[in-house]
Design a binder for this molecule. Structure first.
Ligand code: AMP
Ligand code: ZN
Length: 214
């Protein structure tokens, strides 16, 4: 089961990727999480990408492709995997094709979550996360029990730098110009399932599973 999740920032890809990974027992591979982890650990890569990431820009294709190549060489991807946030450019999609070919594997489906721009902006602007455990909340749609603090460990919640309004605009622009063309790229191969990304996470998961036929 090799799945690619597409959709604008705030479309709920991360949430669905986690649910799908549990459902099918395969790893969830999020290049955004991998980059955030490098940043948090202050690795050389983390330092290199920090500014571009905070501003909502894309990390270069070479750096991203290399990181994915390493990840796909791990043994846990044998039963399949769910890609969340990769590929994000046509160059990355072409690289992934070559990489998968060399591994003798093929993409099963590309799920594209469709959400209106106003909705994603409202979702992103209210998003807060716990810097300690990674739990994600929303100020109105999924608030923590005590406002501003994580339910699990009472750590003060923060807003991701790239979730701040000026940086969200940049991310939306990057999505529209560089990532959206991927839908066509994969549609030509009959791989795309479009899913309405509105409703409860469980409802969207059910729609996704139906589209996957399993
Ligand atoms: P995400 O959590 O998927 O929204 O990713 C957060 C940030 O990480 C993005 O805004 C980019 O700066 C960077 N990033 C994640 N995935 C990619 C990718 N495939 N190509 C380039 N940059 C990426
Ligand atoms: Zn926490």
């Amino acid at each position: 089961m090799i799945l690619i999740l597409l959709g604008p920032p705030g479309a709920g890809k991360g949430t669905q990727a986690k649910l799908l990974a549990q459902q099918y027992g395969v790893p969830h591979i999020s290049t955004g999480d991998m980059f955030r982890d490098h940043k948090a650990r202050g690795t050389p890569l983390g330092k290199k990408i920090q500014a571009i990431m905070d501003a909502g820009g894309l990390v270069t294709d070479d750096v991203t492709n290399e990181m994915v190549k390493d990840r796909l060489s791990q043994p846990d991807v044998a039963p399949g995997f769910i890609l969340d946030g990769y590929p994000r450019t046509v160059n990355q999609a072409q690289y992934l094709d070559l990489l998968l070919r060399s591994l003798g594997r093929t993409i099963d489906k590309v799920v594209s979550y469709e959400v209106a721009e106003e909705t994603v902006i409202e979702r992103i602007s209210g998003r807060r996360s716990c810097p300690k455990c990674g739990a994600v909340y929303h100020v109105s749609q999924n608030p923590p029990k005590r406002s501003g603090y994580c339910d699990r460990d009472v750590t003060p919640l923060v807003q991701r730098e790239d979730d701040k309004p000026e940086n969200v605009r940049k991310r939306m622009q990057e999505y529209g110009t560089k990532t959206e063309p991927l839908k066509r790229f994969y549609r030509e191969r009959g791989l795309v399932a479009e899913i309405e990304g509105v409703g409860t996470p469980e409802g969207i998961l059910a729609a996704t599973r139906k589209a996957l036929g399993r």
